[in-house]
Write a protein that binds this ligand. Structure first.
Ligand code: UDP
Ligand code: MG
Length: 212
């Protein structure tokens, strides 16, 4: 009887459970996505999932069948097939112990393949509350990433050659994705050439607007 009650209560709480809420965080390399996501984690306690970090983590697993493929994409500044990235994101969301169920997905979706793959796999499993777009000039992005590389970011892709490709792919592949979400009225655009502190003031306003 006790067991039956337990199962009943669990199924009730499960059906009442809200689907995770997602904010996509986009902008060029070095635009400040990670910095601002960390600020949001500190102030609000929401979950920061960096697609790039998840791929880098997967790459280093000795038994990963995708390690080499991921490393090649990262070095060339090209985009990993969505099945891999999306399943890493889905798994990270499911494994999250954070009761908030509010996720900032940083650096995704980056191209049409990412967008299609996410829509196919995640429709009904996550609600997109907004897209935070950190707008920064190409020159500034380059300067910041090169500095980050010099200071020892340890990232194989913080070099001028790869950065040029990352920036080109950002313009040709990611900007149209931001425009797609702009047409849906989901984009919050920030001038991320300002100091991190001032950018965060704008970010907090956007968080209020989406009711987070
Ligand atoms: N990447 C990818 N799919 C993603 C996110 C990242 O293929 O959804 C790869 C891609 O090669 C990219 C690299 O990981 O150039 C670094 O991405 P990250 O988001 O860490 O770079 P950032 O924009 O933060 O500098
Ligand atoms: Mg990043």
């Amino acid at each position: 009887m006790f067991k039956a009650c337990q199962i009943f209560v669990r199924s009730l709480t499960m059906s009442a459970a809200k689907i995770p809420e997602v904010v996509f965080v986009l902008g060029g390399p070095g635009a400040g996505k990670g910095t601002q996501c960390n600020n949001i984690v500190q102030k609000y306690g929401y979950v920061h999932l960096s697609a790039g970090d998840l791929l880098r983590e997967e790459r280093t697993k000795p038994n990963s069948e995708f390690g080499e493929l991921i490393e090649n994409h990262i070095l060339n500044g090209t985009i990993v097939p969505v099945e891999i990235t999306c399943s890493l994101l889905d798994r990270a969301m499911q494994n999250s112990k954070n009761p908030n169920k509010k996720f900032m997905i940083d650096g995704f979706p980056r191209n049409e393949d990412n967008l299609q793959g996410w829509t196919k796999a995640m429709t009904g499993k996550a609600e997109i509350k907004g897209v935070f777009f950190f707008d920064c000039s190409k020159e500034k992005c380059m300067e910041r990433c090169l500095n980050r590389g010099k200071k020892g970011s340890g990232r194989s892709d913080d070099n001028e050659d790869t950065l040029r490709k990352r920036l080109d792919n950002y313009v040709t592949d990611t900007v149209p994705i931001i425009e797609h979400y702009e047409n849906l009225g989901l984009v919050y655009k920030f001038n991320s050439m300002q100091s991190p502190k001032n950018v965060f003031l704008d970010v907090q306003e956007a968080i209020e607007k989406i009711g987070w």
